[in-house]
Each structure stands twice: as structure tokens, then as C-alpha cells.
Design a protein around this ligand. Structure first.
Ligand SMILES: Cc1ncc(COP(=O)(O)O)c(C=O)c1O
Length: 405
């Protein structure tokens, strides 16, 4: 009775909680914290989407249980989006399902397809649910270093060869949270060939597919010939339309995987509130200039952040996509690790970031900035960081002398 539950023991407290606690304490003491911590979009949801929600909520039939796999109109709208955006034709009845945010869909698919001890290949660093969704389902995770897409491809092959039993699925997620890296279609071709060779499923997460800044829209794995024989792709309206709290996501692709998720969800939920699903349909079918506006806001914030940090003497790569910047720890702080550095930055500069270690052990040399503060606040953070870096840099470690005194 007293020992911790088996599953809870496998879910360590979020590393981010440590920084959050300090943040709350500083705020309670009246400090102004500039918060780049959580990837929680701060922009308003476009008006026409909210109007549709309100209009539908007034319909007395809208309060009934909805459809667990999503109303037909929403599934059709998702198929329409895939046809327009990726040139991929999907059957809205068999190859499309809507979810309560993509995170819920991912975790429940993991439940649906995992037998105890199944081995899953998961990138590291990664969005935590990619590993923990499968850990909660009883899988064994093989963490694959994903410092770059090339490294990931090299390492999945090695990992597959050394796993007993052979892995049953591999997770890919580009544009990446937290690294902001992107891939081209050739990457997915290799992943599909790899998965086919090993008889593995592929779970692709493209939550940031519409937040790209270099003019080149990120591809979908389903654009690869034959991908739907083994791949499912998760996406989300959270970032694309600034609707994170609405909880609307989706999964598309392999009919067997979609069917397995539908089965498990039919036991668990009745789908999102119908007005939310109708408004999500309006988002997908309606004017898309709001998506360009949201993208442009993140792009401007990205430019201001990268420029402000450079002025502070901290040069970081400019992220080509997502709403994150993945910043290597400044040289003088590299030894202390990302958690200690994040705490110090909060305490001394009043700036909150996410420690890279929260995304996995291979993320420890970095911190993540979420682009959720406006340009003025971002510049203000840059000035505070400049002061902090100038005054706090630890003295360089004394090199041990080779000559004995
Ligand atoms: C890679 C990735 N996938 C999924 C999600 C969750 O999206 P949703 O709001 O659709 O659950 C996030 C949110 O931060 C994410 O970074």
C-alpha cells in the first residue's frame, strides 16, 4: 500500500516544475518575470473561429454527446487540408480521426498498440509525451540521439540492430520541439524505407507544420509513396490557429492505426464539444490569412530574440520553424548544465526559459526559448541577459599545471 504505484514511479515530476516553482515565488515577491518557458500560444484565436463556436453553442442540439472519432464535417475538412497542403488524398472515414489535442491522440495510440516490453525508438531530446506516452503504455524506450536529423537517421539503424526484441515503432517529429530543426521529404523517404525493412510502425508528429519562416512549407511523411502502409501522422490546431486551450488535434494515415485509436477512444471519450469541432472545421475550411499573420508574429519575435541575444553576446542559431529557439548554453556556463543555468537566469535576469534536460538527457547543453513574449518584452529580456552575462560569467576554470611546483 505504501510503495509508489508502478506507473507513477515511471513518471518523474516534470523538470520544468522546478523552474516554474521559482518563477511563481519570484512573481509572488513582486518581480516581473519575462517568461519564455512554456510553449503556450498567447495570441487571440481568430475572430471568425470564435464566432462559429458561439453560433453553434446556441443550437440546443449542440449540448449532446458528440462523435468520438470526430464529426464527419471536421474529418472531411482535415482530408481537404491534406489534399491542399500536401497533395495527399485521405479517406475521411478510415484514415482520419480528430483528437482532444494531438497529445491525447498520441498517448492513446501508444496505449492501443503497445504490448508490455515492446521496444519503441524515440528521439532525444523530444517533446516529453513521445517517450512518456509509451512508458505509460508499458513500453521500453530506446532513446535515439537527435542532435540533427542526419544523426537521428544514423542512430535509428544502429538502435534497431541492437534492440531485442526488435523495435515495433519509431517516433519522428519535425519541425522539432525543442530543437526547431526541419527536414525535407528525403528524410521521410529514408524513415519509411527503414521502417519497412524492420517491420515497424512510424508515428510522425507535425504539430508545427504551419509555423515555418523560410518560405518552404515542411513536408508530411504521408507524401512518401507507400507511407500509409505503416505511418500515422499527428497534427494540431493549437499552434496553427492559436487554439491551444480548445484541445483540437488529429491523426491521419494508416487505416489500421487510425482504427486502433478510434477503438480505444470509443471507450474513453465522446469527442470534443460539438461547437468546438464545428469551429475547428471553420478554421480549416475558412480564410487562411490568419495563419500567415500568426506565422509572421512568431517570425518577428524570433528575429528580435536572436538579435537581442546576439547583442548580449549570446549567439544562437535562428530557428527556421516552430515557436521555439534552441539555445546552446553560453560557453562560460556550459559546465553547470541546463537546469542550474535556467535557475540562475531566472534569479539574476528575471528571464524564464525551459532547461533542455527536460526534453531528455541529450538536451542538457541547451535551453529553450518559447516565442510567447512580445517584441518589446523580448528586447527587455535581451538587455537583462546582457547585464547578467557581463556580471555573472563564472571565472574560467584554472587549467591544472603540468609542472609540479
Ligand atoms: C511536438 C508537439 N506535439 C504535440 C503538442 C501538443 O499539441 P496539442 O495541443 O495538439 O495537444 C506539442 C505542444 O507543445 C508539441 O510541441
Amino acid at each position: 500500500m505504501d510503495s509508489e504505484f508502478h506507473k507513477i514511479r515511471r513518471l518523474p515530476p516534470y523538470v520544468f516544475e522546478e523552474v516554474n516553482r521559482l518563477k511563481a515565488k519570484a512573481r509572488a515577491a513582486g518581480e516581473d518575470i519575462i517568461d519564455f518557458g512554456m510553449g503556450n500560444p498567447d495570441m487571440p484565436t481568430p475572430k471568425h473561429i470564435i464566432d462559429k463556436l458561439i453560433e453553434t453553442a446556441r443550437d440546443p442540439r449542440a449540448n449532446r454527446y458528440s462523435a468520438s472519432r470526430g464529426i464527419a464535417g471536421l474529418r472531411k475538412a482535415l482530408a481537404g487540408y491534406y489534399a491542399r497542403r500536401f497533395g495527399v488524398k485521405l479517406d475521411p472515414d478510415k484514415e482520419v480521426i480528430s483528437t482532444l489535442g494531438s497529445k491525447e491522440g498520441f498517448a492513446n495510440l501508444a496505449q492501443a498498440i503497445t504490448a508490455p516490453g515492446d521496444v519503441i525508438l524515440v528521439p532525444n531530446p523530444a517533446y516529453p509525451i513521445h517517450a512518456y506516452g509509451f512508458i505509460m503504455a508499458g513500453a521500453v524506450i530506446r532513446h535515439v540521439p537527435s542532435g540533427s536529423p542526419e544523426e537521428f537517421l544514423r542512430r535509428i539503424d544502429q538502435s534497431a540492430r541492437h534492440s531485442v526484441p526488435a523495435p515495433s515503432a519509431v517516433v519522428v517529429s519535425y519541425p522539432s520541439n525543442p530543437t526547431a530543426q526541419t527536414v525535407e521529404l528525403d528524410f521521410y523517404k529514408e524513415v519509411v524505407a527503414f521502417a519497412r525493412k524492420w517491420g515497424m510502425w512510424v508515428l510522425s508528429d507535425v504539430a508545427y507544420s504551419e509555423l515555418y519562416f523560410d518560405g518552404k512549407p515542411p513536408p508530411s511523411i504521408l507524401q512518401v509513396e507507400g507511407a500509409r502502409e505503416l505511418a500515422i501522422e499527428f497534427g494540431s490546431l493549437s499552434k496553427t490557429y492559436a487554439m491551444p486551450g480548445w484541445r483540437v488535434g488529429y491523426a491521419v494515415g494508416n487505416a489500421r492505426l487510425v482504427g486502433a485509436l478510434a477503438r480505444i477512444k470509443s471507450y474513453l471519450d465522446y469527442g470534443a464539444f460539438t461547437p468546438i469541432q464545428v469551429a475547428a472545421t471553420a478554421a480549416l475550411n475558412g480564410p487562411q490569412d490568419c495563419v500567415a499573420d500568426i506565422r509572421n508574429i512568431y517570425k518577428s519575435r524570433r528575429d528580435v530574440l536572436v538579435d537581442s541575444l546576439a547583442r548580449a553576446g549570446w549567439n544562437i542559431p535562428s530557428p527556421p520553424a516552430t515557436m521555439f529557439a534552441w539555445a546552446p548554453l553560453p560557453e562560460a556556463f556550459r559546465e553547470m548544465g541546463s537546469l542550474a543555468f535556467s535557475k540562475l537566469l531566472l534569479e539574476k535576469a528575471g528571464v524564464a526559459v525551459s532547461p533542455g534536460i527536460g526534453f531528455g538527457e541529450y538536451g542538457d547543453g541547451h535551453v529553450r526559448f518559447a516565442l510567447v513574449e512580445n517584441e518589446q518584452r523580448t528586447r527587455q529580456a535581451g538587455r537583462a541577459i546582457k547585464k547578467f552575462l557581463a556580471s555573472e560569467a563564472p571565472a574560467p576554470a584554472q587549467k591544472p599545471s603540468l609542472v609540479r611546483a
